[in-house]
Design a protein around this ligand. Structure first.
Ligand SMILES: Nc1ncnc2c1ncn2[C@@H]1O[C@H](COP(=O)(O)OP(=O)(O)O)[C@@H](O)[C@H]1O
Ligand SMILES: [Mg+2]
Length: 230
């Protein structure tokens, strides 16, 4: 996926400013930056959800799926988990049950979850459902926007492991947004550092974390524990 000179304005605010970034197929690119740097706006523009200038090529916009920070607000409370997942499927009706079960299994949830509603699940389980629902459409690109930020620390690791497993299993092409460089190092191949709507640094994740070039990246790194940087 090639993002070229993407710009998003909200009135006088330029949330994304002529940003260019390539996410190679089958790889996971992290996008980091402090709150308000434009990460979510970039994600939504890439998915075609907000008006923008510039181009996104190498992927059909309809084949981009997003997973958001708060699975509770992205899942319809009145819909069962099974129906929420089945909604995204592109298989004949007769195969939906089996395919929903396969997706639940893929995100390590029991088939019995299909009949539950979001409020009956834990935060971590809800996020697994949101991931399963996004995968149901067999997206070419998956965008994950701070998907562990709202979860208890105790379940964040499990969701990150799930992303790593899915990536190995499905060869996902992913834009993985996080303000946490430790998390990005765990999940991503490359990282792009965003500030005020622009990229200040990009590169292989280990290089950027062990040898940051931009002063801003160093500031971000100073905020995470030392063990992440070694
Ligand atoms: N719908 C919107 N209307 C007006 N301004 C917005 C809207 N969405 C985001 N912004 C502004 O765009 C900038 C980037 O926001 P956002 O993309 O949410 O950053 P991040 O995800 O990095 O925290 C911020 O200044 C924010 O206030
Ligand atoms: Mg955001």
């Amino acid at each position: 996926m090639i993002i070229n000179e993407l710009t998003v304005r909200f009135g006088d605010v330029t949330a994304v400013d002529r940003l260019s970034l390539t996410v190679p197929e089958g790889t996971v690119t992290g996008l980091v930056g402090e709150s308000g740097s434009g990460k979510s706006t970039l994600a939504r523009a890439v998915a075609g959800l907000v008006p923008h200038r510039g181009t996104v090529t190498g992927v059909d916009r309809g084949r981009v799926q997003m997973v958001f920070q708060d699975p509770y607000s992205s899942l319809n409370p009145r819909m069962t988990v099974g129906d929420a997942i089945a909604e995204g499927l592109r298989v004949p009706r007769a195969r939906r049950g089996a395919e929903t079960e396969r997706l639940l299994d893929l995100v390590s949830l029991p088939a019995s979850c299909a009949g539950r509603r979001p409020r009956e699940l834990s935060g971590g389980q809800r996020q697994r459902v949101a991931i399963a629902r996004a995968l149901a459409a067999r997206p070419d690109v998956l965008i994950a926007d701070e998907i562990t930020s709202a979860l208890d620390v105790s379940v964040q690791g499990a969701v990150l492991n799930l992303i790593r497993d899915l990536r190995a299993e499905l060869g996902l092409t992913m834009l993985f947004i996080s303000h946490n460089l430790a998390v990005v190092r765990y999940v991503c191949d490359a990282v792009a550092v965003m500030r005020h709507g622009r990229l200040v640094e990009t590169g292989p994740v280990d290089d950027v974390i062990t040898r940051p070039r931009a002063p801003y990246t160093r500031t971000l790194l100073d905020a995470v524990p030392r063990l992440v940087r070694n």
